[in-house]
Design a protein around this ligand. Sequence first.
Ligand SMILES: *Cc1c(COP(=O)(O)O)cnc(C)c1O
Length: 414
Amino acid sequence: MTTWDDESRRIARAALPEGLRRETLAVRTALAPSQHGENSEALFLTSAYVQPDAATMARRFADSEDFTYSRTSNPTVRSLEARLAAMEGTQAAIATSSGMSAILLLGMGLLKSGDHVICSRSVFGSTITLFAKEFAKFGVRTTFVSQTDLSEWRAALDTTTRLMFAETPTNPLTDVCDIRALADFAHEAGALLVVDNSLCSPALQRPAEHGADIVVHSGTKYLDGQGRVMAGALAGSSRLMKEVFGPVMRAAGMVLSPFNAWVVLKGMETLDLRMRAQSANALQVAQWLEQQPEVARVYFPALASHPQHALAMRQQSGLGGALLSFDLRAASPEVARTKAFHVIDRTRVLSIATNLGDTKSIITHPATTSHGRLTEDQRRAAGIGQGLVRLAVGLEHPLDVIDDLERGLSTLAP
Ligand SMILES: *Cc1c(COP(=O)(O)O)cnc(C)c1O
């Protein structure tokens, strides 16, 4: 947990000039180098820190600002926190061991028995489980509402509503919610708005600029960007990070390993380039898919056919992100599933996996993986048909991705 201001006062060489742009901050924001002057940020693999004397140790343990033990803080992790906060435009950030542990930290820090949460019903599956099952054990109630219909959020509001939680765009159907409208509504109600920004990353979307109070990240996705490590974070005000989440982190220990922090820190230096390139590749693939007779519908925010296209372009720096889905035409769910499996199995380049945010494009069948535990009725309500195929577009040449999809699409049985 750190703020840019704190660090720049303490360490002269980290004092970058004011007004640097996001691309520069992504490369330059970190703690100062060590006495060796390394240009690439150091990886501090240490659990404890030697103290000069007993009195200094006592002071550092009391104020938790200096380094004492890596469950409390670690220089590599702090560099990542500073860099993420700089990119999100928040005062501070706190890194966690995974995206899910970031949401666990959020709940442990802000919710108590009797509190109520309103959450979009289209958020990441494990997020739904965490709110609906795990937090419910501790007396926290969650109402799940439409991603796009604010009247459902209004109807769910009660005097105990403490948090509102959204994710935009959603996975796999890329529904986009209006962060500003949700933030205004949350603040009128005296609640906090939390936005999971894993799919866009701060390269495309900064929820805090639109009024969100807390930004959630699965650093496992685009921040790492090369499918190597698990990581997570919360970003927001210094007060929340220091006074609310810091103490829970020290007690509960869902810390990010310094090694994983270092990998993500270096990944973030290319975040802007990757997000722009992968968004452009995804758009080219989405436009091609829209022309295919076997494809009934393509879900991608940068297509003019997307229901929240204009909002998405305003909110996401004019780019669609790199995740898209498409529905295959089929007369029945059984035929749809056979066709989807055929398209997936004919690929020779794409990875059949359930991650996203990698440089390697990944193809998935949501109905039998991420949404496999739902009943057919629940799946239908969520819009996840058996003919739906999800594609997380990476950095291969987009024509090779298209050729790989065509292998299956051009050989489908009628
Ligand atoms: C993957 C993901 C998560 C969970 O993150 P992990 O790092 O896998 O724990 C949360 N939200 C979104 C939107 C995700 O894509």
